[in-house]
Design a protein around this ligand. Sequence first.
Ligand code: NAD
Length: 471
Amino acid sequence: MVKICCIGAGYVGGPTMAVIALKCPEIEVAVVDISVPRINAWNSEHLPIYEPGLEDVVKQCRGKNLFFSTDVEKHVAEADIVFVSVNTPTKTQGLGAGKAADLTYWESAARMIADVSTSDKIVVEKSTVPVKTAEAIEKILAHNRKGINFSILSNPEFLAEGTAIKDLFQPDRVLIGGRETPLGQKAIQALKDVYAHWVPVDRILCTNLWSAELSKLAANAFLAQRISSVNAMSALCEATGADITQVSHSVGTDSRIGPKFLNASVGFGGSCFQKDILNLIYICECNGLPEVANYWKQVIKVNDYQKTRFVNRVVSSMFNTVSGKKIAILGFAFKKDTGDTRETPAIDVCKGLIGDKAKLSIYDPQVPEDQISRDLSMKKFDWDHPVHLQPMSPTSIKEVSVVWDAYEATKDAHGICILTEWDEFRNLDYQRIYDNMRKPAFVFDGRNIMDVGKLRKIGFIVYSIGKPLDP
Ligand code: NAD
C-alpha cells in the first residue's frame, strides 16, 4: 500500500489530502501538523476551516484511509511520498524583510524529513515557494541523510478558498515539476499515477522544477494584476461617469481577454496574492531586474490605493466625518464561502474608519469575534517601508462590536459598508434595515453585489465601486 504523508494541515494540506484519500482508497494518507488544536479540530465534528463540501469528504474517509495526527516524525518516516504544505509567509525582519518568503517552516520540515527517513522518498513542494527552493531542499536532504534517494517535485496548488473542493475535484490543471533525470522522471510518474485516479491525463502538466515553482507565482501575479487593472479602471469610471460593470462586460467579451476576474471591488485579499507578488518582486530584485520588480509593485500599490479610496469615499460622503457615527460592516472574510481573514481588505477599511473615530458594528457569517479582534489589533506591516507601525490602541478597539446578525449590525447605523460578497447580503430586507437606520442612510457596496436602483428607491444614498454616484 502506497503511503502519503502531508506536513501541514492548513487550508491547502487538509482539503487536498482529503480529496486524494477519497479518490484513492488504496492509498493511506496521513496529514500531520505541529499544531495540536488544529489536528484536534480535524479529528472533531468542527473542522478547523470552512469550505463547502469539505466536511462530507472528510467524513467519508477519516479513520479509513485518512488520518490526522501530531505524530509528525512517525508518519513522515513511514511515507513513500511526503507533501510539504507548511506556511510560507512574507519575512518580517532581516534580509528581504517585507518581500522575501520566510522559509523557516519549510527548512525545519526538510531537516526533520532528513532526520527521520530510513527509506527513499519523494518530497513534494505543495506550499508556494520561491523559484529555486528545490535546489536548497535537495542540499538539506542530501547532506543530512546520506545514502537515501530523495526526489524533489514541485506540485503547486491552484485551489481557491471557498471553492477548494470543487477545484480539487475538477482542476484546470495539475502541475508537476521534477528533475530531468531517471530518478526525477520516475518520481513524476509516481505522482502522476496518484492524480490520474480522477484527473484526465491531458490536464496533468509536467515541466522542469523551476518552471513549476515559477508558474505558481506567475499565476497568482496574473490573477491579482487583473483585479488591480479593473480596480484602476473603476477609479477612472467614477471620475468620468462610465460604469465599470459595463466596461468590464465590454472588455471581457473579447475572447482574448475573457470575462473572469473582472469584477471591481474594494481590493483583493487572502493569504496568497500579496505575499506571492512580493516574493516575485524580491526574486526580480535579486536577479537584477528592478524594472520588472517595479511593474509588479504597481499591482499591490493599486490594491492599497483602492482600499484607501474606499475609506475616503465613505468619509467624504458622510459629510467629511464619521466621528461618533455607527457604521455597519457587512462581511469581514476576504471573500465569500470562507472564514479566512488573512489580508482581508476589511482590516484596512475598518482601521481607516476607526482612525476617523467611527463606531463599527461588524457582522460576518463565518468569522468569529476573537478573530476580528485579533485582526484589528494586529500590527500592520508596511511592505514598501518595512517598519512596524503602531498597533491599534485598546480604546480604538473598544469602538468595535461584533454581532451575529446583519439586522443587529445595521440598527441605528448611519451607514453600511459591504466588504464581502456573501450571498445572504443580497437578500436582506433592506426596507426593514432602512427603517431602523439613522437618516440619511448610506450604503457603500465594496463588492458591487447590490441592486443599486432598488436601494435608491427605498431611500438609501448608495455608492458602488466604479459606478456613477448617487444623483
Ligand atoms: P496554513 O497556515 O493554513 O497551514 C500551514 C500549516 O503548516 C499550519 O497548520 C502549521 O501549523 C503547519 N506547520 C508549519 N510548520 C510545520 C512543521 N514543521 N511541521 C508540521 N506542521 C507545520 O497555510 P495554507 O493556507 O494551507 O498554505 C500553505 C501553503 O500553500 C502556503 O505556501 C501557501 O502560499 C500555499 N497556498 C495556499 C493557498 C490558499 O488558498 N490558502 C492556495 C494555494 C497555495
